[in-house]
Structures are given as C-alpha cells and as structure tokens.
Write a protein that binds this ligand. Sequence first.
Ligand SMILES: [Mg+2]
Length: 212
Amino acid sequence: MTLPTLNKRPKNRQKIAIDIDDVLADNATGFVNFSNKTWGTTLQPEDYHEHWMELWNVDLVEAERRAIILTNASIFKNYTHDEAALPVLKRLSADYDLCIVTSRREHTRDDTLAWIHQHYEGLFNDETIHYAGIWDKGITLSGLSLTKADVIAQLDADYLIDDQLKHCEGVAQTGRKALLFGNYKWNQVDELPSGVTRVNDWAAVEEHFYGK
Ligand SMILES: [Mg+2]
C-alpha cells in the first residue's frame, strides 16, 4: 500500500518520531498502580505488556470496560517521567524535527497534550503529536499485531524511538531506523531485528545521535 507523504521538507533535516508511553512517560508504573488500586491486582511495573486481556486474565469485554475506566480516570495526567529526557530532547530539537507518534486513543488528546506541555514545554504541539489509531475502535486481538509503520511512513520520519519491539520492527522493515527504548521485560528478544538498535535510556539516545 502506498500512502501519501505528509509534511514534505528539505531532507537536510531529519525527523525523529518518539513514542510517549514508557519512553516519554512512565506508563507501566502509572498503569499498574491504578490497576492495583482499582481492581485489587498485584502487578509490578515489569509485569506490564500491551496484551491487557492476558495481563488481567480477563475476556475482551472486561478488558475494554477497564480500558474505558482507565482513560476516563485521566490516569495519564499524573504520570511521572524521567528528568533526563528533557535536556536530550532539547539538544535533538536543534538538529532534528521532533514529533510524537502514540498508540493512545485519540480521545485522550486533551490529557495527553496538557501533560506533554507540562513536562516537555515548547518541544511538541497538537500538530506534532500523532495518534496511530490502533485502539480507537476498542481492544481487538488484531490490534496487538498492528504497528506504527504506516503512520511513520506518512510522516516520512527517519527514526522511531519506541519501547515496543513490534513498532520498531515494522518501521525498520520500511528502511527507516528504529531505536528500541528501555531495557524492559516486555521488550526482551534474543536477537534484535535488522535496523533496530537498543537504547537503554536517554543517555544512550544522546550517545546514539552525538557519540560519547
Ligand atoms: Mg510505548
């Protein structure tokens, strides 16, 4: 499928697309804290993964019911983040166009934008935060295999920084570079796919682009 390319620009300035959850925001921690409090689960942040039915051991209807409760509770608004990200992003923004590509549902737009403005002021705006649309129609098993590759191609981004291996792999398959962010339990793999490089933290991101 050929998709139109948006945001045509001179190629002397490359574009980096960045994920929010567990890259810019401590999603796993916020998610399991809310889950434990609300549904009496005993999850640790390292238990987190995207397959919520499996994570909670519930059926699709119950997972979707909980997903709606989570988003309606605006849990994203209280997410913590790594202070080390901001100076690295500021440095990158001088040399690259930065944007965000998230698989959060689009109706979280207001909470997401407010949180991004609060913690990453001046780096992103409503026009540079893109929603991949993977979960907008609710939780589906097929959604688990969808990736951000098409959105990244539409944006003509040169890089994706994301903690989910499937998005990195999908993007790398289109000939773009993918940085697998974080050394998380849910993104372990014996051998990284071609075109995917692991960056453990924000210092590693900076080193990737600028060297030591
Ligand atoms: Mg993520």
